[in-house]
Design a protein. Sequence first.
Length: 138
Amino acid sequence: MTSAAVVPALLKVCPSAEPLWQEHLSEWKEEFPGNFLNVSVFARHIVRSYREARTEEFADFFLLVERMIQEGDADVVGLATVGILEDLQVLSSHEQVGSAPFVPWLLPDSLREWVAIERQWGGKSSLADVLRSEKKTT
């Protein structure tokens, strides 16, 4: 899988995200927002869907995320981990239930990445804290 195939695949497994996707495109008009902003639309959609008790797309969505990690090139793996899984954690941290409701939907490789992201963010309250921590370990 390549990065060009990601959004069409996400729209296929999350057809109810189409209105949010169209809104995203209209905000950017002729500019390309970038792949990470593009996939963040789907992370927002999943968080919103959970809040509204609409989980019928979750199995296919999380299976696609797993496939992105397993079959994607390096860019696609980054989109799956940083662009989707990390965004899910960050966005859901503002929800009353947090990120725990998404864990049962994760498959082995996406769960491994989810846990790695949690460890990376553990005890940190901002991206700047994460970057400072990473700089200390390199």
